[in-house]
Design a protein around this ligand. Structure first.
Ligand code: FRU
Length: 494
């Protein structure tokens, strides 16, 4: 039965969406239909389309009681909104329908597995939110909450697992037809761990084991896990809270990371070998992947950052967008990410230059815009002497600009949105250590109105950031200290 809460939300979003002008949204990144969006949820391929749900508070551009927003796409770039899928309308999820995942069941139904949050009286008499895993089953538009909810609660936690931090189940089906999900949890001391559950039918679940443990290394609670095998490696993605910085790899606050190792399918044993950050920019969190029908592992994340996500006015009609979906691969034990190849279909006018040399600021005819796919190949213009600095500036006018700067001597790539028009004391810059040989660097830069995503050296590093410069600032310029030689291919994105 559809609840009044869900009906109201559906009516509200349909009405309010009409009041939002298309020009105020990104062109091909999914943004909140109305109100607030955080984590991607239920990223799946179902009935011929990609479904992407999201943490959603339609009534406000700030976080609030969590619903699941819903959109579908055939190419991961043109999204069509569907009615809100879940509302916090049941005893076990009154505190919110938190993050989760989706899968197609053998009977053709679409199963959503999510975290229900609800209040519970504690022995000291205080009320506190506890978290449990719940199911809703539907046809790709309408979902019915499962009568057996919650399917996993505090009674199926390991001894040291906290019922207060137990969320974000990611489900998959194994080759033998059985199901698994991983969920984020913290120990009673507040340290992150990833729990593994198993099921024969996707409905009745049992605790299996701790799949991975933080052991105090990366932040505290591990949110939004995802687990899959890619190019022969087991890959565990998590988004830790409260991180401390580690060199140029990890930064303070909420972050993203992946653990890469071996996975023994028989015993469900994951053995870590390496770890790395997923995104080295400013705005990226809680990524989730889908296995595309053609075998690609595709990931999208919330292109935002918890620390800066409550500074905007309540009057903003929408807040929050997803990153460009990225194709993943593992090379030499490292995660590589590249824009989905579907993006090429949006290519409009092409402008190309070869071997442009410069020693100061230059602009190039035809190189401008705020919806752009641009590939740069940079090298020293003088073989005897490597340049000191290269910079690319975009979303630029006489007053504003955002930039990517590179200094080959320390091999640091810096993203800087200090001059984007921001009036807040937030993080505006981030430095990343990248690989460069003799000052050679390859960058692929995707601009979509209010965001930039930089793919470095074929996807070895990625940096994402949002900025809110007026769209009239559409200039792009290049700067060199010393002599830089550059090839550039730029497409407008339509
Ligand atoms: C991550 C997160 C999840 C939770 C959701 C709530 O950004 O905190 O752990 O399910 O957001 O909206």
């Amino acid at each position: 039965m559809t609840s009044q809460l869900l009906l109201d939300a559906r009516k509200y979003e349909e009405l309010m969406e009409k009041r939002i002008e298309k020009e105020t949204r990104p062109g091909f990144h999914l943004s909140a239909r109305v109100g607030w969006m955080n984590d991607p949820n239920g990223f799946s391929f179902y009935n011929g389309k990609y479904h992407l749900f999201y943490q959603y508070h339609p009534y406000d551009s700030h976080w609030g009681p969590m619903h699941w927003g819903h959109a579908v796409s055939r190419d991961l770039l043109h999204w069509r909104y569907l009615p809100v899928a879940l509302a916090p309308d049941s005893d076990y999820d009154r505190g919110g329908c938190f993050s989760g995942s989706a899968i197609e069941m053998p009977d053709g139904k679409h199963l959503l597995l999510y975290t229900g949050v609800s209040k519970e009286i504690q022995p000291d008499g205080n009320m506190r939110d506890v978290q449990m895993q719940c199911i809703a089953i539907g046809d790709g538009v309408d979902y019915e909450k499962y009568t057996g909810n919650p399917v996993i609660d505090k009674t199926s936690l390991p001894e040291n697992g906290s019922k207060f931090d137990f969320r974000d189940p990611k489900i998959w089906q194994k080759a033998d037809g059985s199901y698994r999900f991983v969920a984020g949890n913290s120990t009673k001391e507040g340290d992150g761990q990833i729990l593994l559950y198993r099921s024969k039918d996707g409905l009745q679940w049992q605790y299996e084991k701790v799949l991975a443990e933080n052991r105090g290394r990366f932040g505290k609670m591990w949110e939004c896990p995802d687990f899959f095998v890619l190019d022969g490696k087991g890959v565990l993605i998590v988004s830790p809270t409260d991180m401390l910085p580690q060199g140029f790899e990890y930064y303070n606050g909420n972050g993203t990371l992946c653990l890469i190792g071996t996975y023994d399918e028989e015993t469900d044993t994951f053995t870590e070998e390496q770890n790395q950050a997923i995104d080295y920019g400013i705005d990226f969190y809680a990524p989730q992947t889908v296995l595309a029908p053609d075998g690609r592992r595709i990931m999208t994340g919330w292109m935002q950052n918890w620390e800066t996500s409550s500074l905007h006015s309540k009057q903003e009609p929408w807040f929050g967008q997803m990153s460009l979906p990225r194709e993943l691969s593992i090379k030499n034990g490292r995660l590589f990410q590249n824009p989905i190849r579907e993006l090429d279909k949006l290519h409009g006018e092409k402008v190309e230059y070869e071997n442009v040399t410069f020693t100061d600021m230059i602009c190039l005819d035809g190189i401008k815009g705020r919806k752009v796919d641009m590939e740069l190949s940079i090298r020293p213009g003088d073989e005897q002497k490597i340049y000191q600095k290269f910079a690319l500036r975009f979303a630029q006018d006489d007053t504003y600009q955002t930039s990517i700067g590179f200094s080959p001597y320390d091999s640091i790539l810096k993203i800087d949105r200090k001059f984007s028009g921001s009036r807040r004391a937030i993080i505006h810059q981030r430095d990343t250590l990248v690989r460069n040989e003799g000052g050679c660097l390859k960058l692929r830069i995707i601009l979509d109105c209010y965001s930039v995503e930089v793919f470095v050296n074929g996807g070895e590093h990625v940096l994402s950031a949002t900025f809110y410069t007026d769209l009239s600032a559409d200039g792009i310029s290049f700067y060199a200290d010393g002599m830089v030689a550059m090839d550039i291919v730029k497409y407008d994105l339509n």
